[in-house]
Design a protein around this ligand. Structure first.
Ligand code: DX5
Ligand code: ZN
Length: 218
């Protein structure tokens, strides 16, 4: 049986307290910490860049999972690697030379992730599966937390699981993960579940117990 890892997205954390928020979610059982980097160009929202990643890195005891929603990617790979990203994921839709991007991520010393928008068939990942350590299947259109899960992506997860075969590639799900939707993607073959609003709702640094209850409910 697969162990499902929960990766809270700090997009839903208190932006003035990232260090304390990260300690709180890890104390409450988070397996990874998911960091959503948005550029206002590839997606219609702006978040943070490599300097913020570097600043929070010493507060992360688990795994720093950086999701780049930026285009272009290649000019920024070195900075995110230097910031200490364990997994660095780039979108297939972010540029014309995704092979080069994935090779550059590994050459920079990170584990390489390939993220796919909901409109991209998972078959597009097939030629790239030997170049990646993780495929992130978006179950919302990236850009914002708190959106609704796109249920047609469950079948795509199952297809991707079959395409991966016995390769050591993790399937990550990102967007709209809740206690209702998590079992669907887990059954379809997911390994890592990103969850933002569903983890952080009802809690705070001063009252972190709801984070733990929320993680266990997923
Ligand atoms: C969406 C981000 C997600 C997002 C998930 O663009 O990539 O990681 O924060 O948030 P929820 O879990 O609230 O859908
Ligand atoms: Zn994300």
């Amino acid at each position: 049986t697969r162990a499902i890892r929960i990766a809270p997205s700090i997009l839903s954390a208190d932006f003035a307290n990232f260090g304390a928020e990260i300690r709180a979610i890890e104390d409450q059982g988070a397996d990874w910490v998911h960091v959503d980097v948005m550029d206002g160009h590839f997606v219609p929202n702006l978040t943070f860049g490599p300097q913020l990643c570097k600043a929070i890195r010493p507060h992360i005891r688990t795994v720093m999972d950086v999701h780049l929603m930026i285009a272009p990617v290649d000019p920024y790979i070195a900075a995110f690697a230097d910031a200490g990203a364990d997994y660095l994921s780039a979108h297939l839709e972010a540029g014309p030379h995704v092979h080069r991007t994935l090779q550059a991520i590994r050459a920079a010393g990170c584990k390489a992730g390939l993220a796919l928008n909901p409109g991209t068939p998972v078959e597009a990942a097939a030629p790239l599966l030997d170049l990646v350590d993780l495929v992130c299947v978006m179950t919302v259109n990236p850009g914002f937390g708190g959106q609704s899960f796109i249920a047609t992506q469950v079948a795509q997860v199952a297809k991707l699981r079959a395409l991966i075969g016995d390769r050591p590639v993790l399937i990550e799900i990102d967007g709209g993960v809740t206690p209702d939707t998590a079992p669907l993607v887990a059954a379809a073959g997911a390994d890592v579940l990103v969850a933002g609003s569903a983890v952080f709702k009802g809690g705070s640094v001063a009252n972190p117990a709801p984070y733990g209850a929320n993680i266990r409910a997923i």
